[in-house]
Design a protein around this ligand. Structure first.
Ligand SMILES: NC(=O)c1ccc[n+]([C@@H]2O[C@H](COP(=O)([O-])OP(=O)(O)OC[C@H]3O[C@@H](n4cnc5c(N)ncnc54)[C@H](O)[C@@H]3O)[C@@H](O)[C@H]2O)c1
Length: 435
């Protein structure tokens, strides 16, 4: 099949590479001309494991190419996948903005030269696929098409793994023809994964429900961690015991500095705002949103408390990305924590293996960026771990104990080996317990 993808970001790019690898011919369109140019040369514009290798392979076998022309993408495709962003632009409304998606629809409609399946992979408000159908019919009553909701569940950092090994594929379809095409699109993956076909509104809501549920899990464990800190219970042990219950599951039970990223904060807020439009209150999700906001402030104040006796303290931050495995800093807890710390006459040296460039776009020269972990911690009064990168788990604590000015550590991801930490006589705190 010929598959057009519009938007080559954290979702569109791995999806395009994935479909090319499955054997389809993929044409990706993006309005960022520099990105298109780089991608056609096999240069990945974001950090995602294995993506560059597979991109180059599929460019060489002419299975994938990139264009800045939506027209070229649309007229040459049987299926058009929309994967542009749906950020919250108006914080008063707190609802994802559908205009980016609707603008793309207006652009593609004049080029619907024959039947096309339009699949909406962007996370869109309940009812958007229906609205898209109405809009296309209004602009071009002759157009032959189906609109399908095809929400994406990939995890940044594991995007390609998740593409080839999805827990589930959900498709909101309204016609048999659309169902047949979606089956063909995912063909080789159907040996191991079934597609859940539902109506379009259900499909749109499944995406918001999934992210909101995971946000609830994270906030729940953070709340328990606060309680553990006042008792002799240890959140690492509590989480383990909790997660062994198959009804609960062990994932998303790690305490930390709050959830972040481009999806959870946006999707929880959007779910509340969408429900509100129908006069449905969502007190549980509202509380989770509020608690997650205050979590980042709590962490900042905990850091400041540990160094309160030091004049103009120097803080070493390990980890800027919102989670390990990505360079994505959108709504990263590290960013909010840093902004809060900077109000208190501190200096910050940060290190992240992948996210320093993306972070620079947000924080600029407000902090210093170090080339290595050890450069960041040299002379520091406290070391704070904010992202759970694998390489932070194995830092040389002996070396660090010799180069820090004061040996304070706040491990906000509970990844350091506390036995080693204590061996080198650090003042060590982590989330949800004490040693
Ligand atoms: N990032 C994730 O982990 C993830 C996971 C699941 C779902 N989603 C959803 O997928 C959607 C995309 O998210 P993302 O993180 O990939 O966003 P992104 O910002 O990384 O990528 C969007 C891309 O679309 C391009 N674009 C925007 N408008 C365009 C237009 N008119 N024509 C052509 N290209 C255009 C941008 O240049 C950019 O490359 C969002 O709705 C998001 O909620 C994201």
């Amino acid at each position: 099949m010929k598959v057009g993808i519009i938007g080559t970001g954290y979702v569109g790019l791995p999806t395009g590479i994935g479909f090319a690898e499955l054997g389809h011919i993929v044409i990706c369109a993006d309005n960022d001309v520099n990105k298109v140019q780089a991608l056609n040369q096999g240069k990945i514009t974001l950090y995602e494991k294995d993506a560059e290798k597979l991109l180059i392979k599929n460019i060489k076998s002419k299975k994938i190419y990139f264009t800045s022309s939506i027209k070229e993408c649309v007229i040459n495709s049987d299926v058009i996948i929309i994967a542009v962003g749906t950020p919250i632009v108006d914080t008063n409304i707190n609802m994802s903005d559908m205009n980016g998606v609707l603008d793309v629809i207006k652009e593609i409609t004049p080029h619907l030269n024959k039947y096309k399946l339009i699949a909406v992979k962007s996370t869109v408000a309940v009812g958007t696929c229906h609205n898209i159908e109405t809009l296309i019919k209004k602009i071009s009553p002759e157009a032959k098409f189906d609109v399908v909701s095809l929400p994406e569940f990939l995890r940044e950092g594991f995007a390609l793994y998740d593409f080839f090994n999805p827990d589930r594929i959900v498709a909101g379809v309204g016609s048999i023809k659309a169902k047949t095409i979606i089956n063909k699109l995912y063909g080789p993956l159907l040996k191991k994964t079934k597609i859940l076909f539902v109506n379009r509104q259900s499909s749109e809501l499944i995406k918001y429900a999934s992210n909101s549920f995971l946000a609830v899990k994270i906030s729940f464990v953070n709340e328990l961690a606060n309680f553990c800190e006042k008792t002799k219970a240890d959140i690492n042990e509590v989480s383990k015991g909790l997660g062994l219950d198959k009804r609960i599951g062990s994932k998303f039970l790690s305490p930390g500095p709050g959830y972040g990223g481009s999806c959870f904060p946006k999707d929880t807020k959007s779910l509340v705002a969408m429900a509100n439009k129908y006069n449905v209150d969502m007190p549980l999700i509202k509380t989770v949103i509020k608690e997650n906001e205050s979590r980042k402030k709590q962490i900042s104040h905990r850091i400041l408390d540990l160094i309160k006796k030091i004049n103009k303290p120097k803080i070493a931050i390990l980890g800027l990305a919102f989670k390990a495995g990505t360079d994505d800093c959108r709504e990263s807890p590290a960013i909010d924590i840093i902004f809060e710390l900077l109000k208190h006459n501190v200096s910050i040296n940060a290190y992240d293996p992948q996210a320093m460039q993306t972070c620079f776009k947000i924080l600029g020269n407000k902090i210093k960026y170090s080339n290595t972990i050890y450069d960041a911690v040299e002379d520091a009064d406290i070391l704070v771990v904010l992202t759970e990168w694998e390489q932070f788990k194995n830092i040389d604590l002996k070396k660090i104990s010799l180069i820090m000015k004061h040996k304070n550590i706040l491990d906000c991801r509970n990844i350091l080996d506390y036995k080693k930490v204590l061996k080198y006589k650090f003042n060590y705190e982590y989330i949800g317990g004490r040693k």
